[in-house]
Design a protein around this ligand. Structure first.
Ligand SMILES: [Cu+2]
Length: 131
């Protein structure tokens, strides 16, 4: 009986700690679902499970896409081999962005949690730019 009370108390404390660090700029924020970062039609979040969410995004040419650190520690947003646009942006916290001017398919990955390639693997994603 006593041990179950302690377990409940620990669970409650853990929930409070999770709630306290839900800020979008915290490298420890979020719990699988993206924490303080909510994806939009032009924004991709990183997650605590080391993924980009969503992993695929379709935008019109000329759109600026933003990536926000929603958890999982420090990331990068890096163009994969063969991508028509090249960029390599550190995303330890906050946001980074890139404007896609030309229609096409743009693979990107995180240098910390993914592997470059055609296509990349691990923590990666694809931007489809439509005319
Ligand atoms: Cu990463």
């Amino acid at each position: 009986m006593r041990s179950s009370v302690i377990t409940l108390a620990l669970a409650a404390a853990g929930a409070l700690l999770l709630a306290a660090c839900g800020g979008s700029t915290s490298p420890y924020g979020g719990g699988g679902g993206g924490g303080g970062c909510t994806p939009t039609s032009t924004k991709i979040c990183t997650t605590a499970s080391l993924q980009f969410s969503p992993a695929t995004l379709s935008v019109a040419a000329g759109t600026t896409v933003t990536w926000e650190n929603g958890g999982g520690g420090a990331h990068t947003v890096t163009s994969a081999t063969g991508s028509a646009d090249t960029y390599d942006m550190a995303l330890a916290a906050g946001t980074v962005s890139h404007q896609f001017m030309t229609a096409g398919t743009y693979n990107f990955y995180c240098k910390n949690h993914g592997v470059n390639g055609t296509p990349p693997t691990g923590m990666h994603g694809t931007i489809t730019v439509t005319p």
